[in-house]
Design a protein around this ligand. Structure first.
Ligand code: HEC
Length: 260
């Protein structure tokens, strides 16, 4: 009897932990991904990230699963602050987009195709699709490549259609190559590291922090309920512990006479 109760308790614990499962990340083979130094419960970082997203990404990318007023609520901001920070569009009648609206962009798909040769993907769940480390590495891996229409290429997303948006902050960097001998004996040139050739407004430490805030915000975008879920997880665990104590006491009470 005691054993059954314990097994039950342990399996509920396991179930709780697996519910809090992690985000799958996939990467092109052979590309090293840097670990994104993010903390989803750091609201100051999320607010900075929201501002960076609004100023640099939201002109092209939508985040249609998110509403402005939800950002206000989740990130402890006033509605008017969110309005000032992120709402630049107007609705069909010419009035400023409402705070309860979803994060759509004004640019239409046909224009996107003409300008970038592809439509611009919605970024609502991007962090879940690619993983935080991929995003963090991607945003720091644009390099000069005159053969590309935008003048830039990307180490983790070769031939990307997106221009190097954060060059003013990061500066311009070039790829430095090394020659490796592949398994089949054929030599290949691969990117070894990057070198800044035109400095940006931020130094490398500052730029890493800047992109980390942005990625943090995108991780929140992809799963806004995360913070709530974590605290709920602890409450559920606490409840199970208390339940276990009572169940054990009850069991002792029932079996008291049998053992004697
Ligand atoms: C000038 C328009 C433009 C801006 C501004 C822009 N992007 Fe992009 N982005 C694109 C286009 C176009 C693509 C599609 C590239 C492709 O498929 O080749 C893209 C692709 C991406 C992808 C990869 C999507 C995938 O396939 O998984 C990510 C991530 C991304 N952008 C993030 C950002 C972030 C973060 C910002 C703000 C710092 C930003 N973008 C700003 C145009 C833009």
């Amino acid at each position: 009897m005691k054993k059954t109760l314990l097994t039950l308790f342990m399996s509920s614990l396991l179930a709780c932990f697996s519910l809090a499962g992690s985000v799958p990340a996939f990467a092109e083979e052979g590309v090293h991904l840097d670990k994104a130094p993010i903390n989803i419960s750091d609201k100051a970082s999320l607010r900075r990230g929201a501002k960076i997203f609004a100023e640099n990404c939201f002109s092209c990318h939508s985040a249609k699963f998110m509403r402005f007023n939800r950002i206000a609520k989740d990130l402890d901001m006033s509605k008017s602050d969110v309005r000032k920070m992120m709402i630049f569009t107007r609705d069909a009648k010419g009035a400023p987009t409402k705070i309860g609206a979803v994060m759509k962009v004004a640019m239409d798909a046909a224009y996107q195709k003409r300008a970038f040769g592809t439509t611009v993907p919605d970024l609502s769940v991007e962090a879940r699709a690619r993983g935080a480390d991929w995003l963090y590495t991607y945003l720091r891996s644009f390099y000069i490549d005159p053969s590309r229409p935008t003048g830039a290429n990307n180490a983790v997303f070769p031939k990307v259609g997106m221009p190097n948006i954060l060059w003013k902050q990061q500066g311009l960097q070039k790829a430095v190559y090394k020659t490796i001998v592949q398994e089949d004996g054929v030599k290949a040139n691969v990117i070894d590291h990057m070198e800044i050739v035109v400095p940006g407004n931020l130094n490398q430490v500052q730029f890493d922090k800047y992109t980390a805030d942005l990625v943090n915000f995108m991780v929140y975008l992809a799963e806004p309920i995360q913070n709530v879920r974590r605290s709920m997880g602890w409450k559920v665990l606490g409840f199970l512990v208390i339940l276990f104590v009572f169940a054990y006491m009850l069991k002792k009470e029932y079996w008291k006479d049998v053992h004697h």
